[in-house]
Design a binder for this molecule. Structure first.
Ligand SMILES: Cc1cc2nc3c(=O)[nH]c(=O)nc-3n(C[C@H](O)[C@H](O)[C@H](O)COP(=O)(O)O)c2cc1C
Length: 196
């Protein structure tokens, strides 16, 4: 079920305002996942795209978050745009799906070569014995791909978060904040306000 155009429009308007503000990280968002054991984990990633199909970010599929999502695709995102007036938070919940390989290939190709080599070299979330080990791996891959384009590692790619809940929060005076929650219920997006 695709995102209601009203929700997408509201998200895009706020996101555009945040990008036009002096917010140093308007694309940063917290991603929360819980693996098979139910323990909850949160970290930041960068939002890449937002459209009616959902919200995308890129990472390594064999990272801790990737392993957790393999066991349990439920995911929550949280963005904070505190330079907006009023400050806004957007909460998104849903399921994470791997992007089609062609979409991950297309985005990977736009990254600068050193980032591409980093995607090969970084065994994300595994133990790093010493910083030099990462640098050695970057050099190894630099030689391996010398004189040609760096292909996307199979273990690096995007996720699309297909939402079933989107909540907009706006700061109000006296902490009388506003909350507008949209939920996908029986195939229809329903909106209600919540006490702050
Ligand atoms: C502002 C910011 C943006 C980040 N963007 C990404 C990103 O887009 N993809 C990513 O894999 N890690 C990103 N990271 C690093 C993650 O927070 C995290 O350290 C890494 O993905 C490993 O997480 P995991 O071990 O839970 O899988 C970012 C960190 C910060 C502080």
């Amino acid at each position: 079920m695709s995102l209601d155009p009203t929700i997408l429009e509201a998200f895009r308007r706020l996101h555009a305002q945040a990008r036009a503000s002096d917010d140093p990280e308007p694309n940063a968002m917290t991603v929360a996942t819980a693996g098979a054991d139910g323990r909850v984990h949160a970290r930041m990633v960068l939002l890449k795209t937002a459209d009616e199909r959902g919200f995308t970010f890129f990472t390594r599929y064999d990272s801790d978050k990737g392993v957790q999502l393999e066991a349990n695709p439920r995911i929550a995102l949280c963005l904070l745009w505190k330079r907006l007036e009023p400050a806004a938070q957007v909460r998104i919940e849903g399921r994470a799906e791997k992007l089609p390989a062609a979409e991950s290939d297309a985005y990977f190709a736009t990254r600068e070569r050193l980032s591409q080599l980093g995607a090969w070299a970084s065994l994300q979330s595994r133990t790093l014995p010493e910083r030099a080990a990462l640098e050695r791996r970057v050099e190894e891959f630099d030689q391996r791909f010398a004189g040609r384009d760096v292909p996307r590692p199979a273990e690096w790619g995007g996720y699309r978060v297909v939402p079933d809940l989107v909540e907009f929060w706006f700061a109000g005076q006296h902490r009388w904040n506003e909350r507008e929650r949209w939920e996908l219920i029986d195939g229809a997006w329903c909106k209600r306000s919540l006490y702050p």
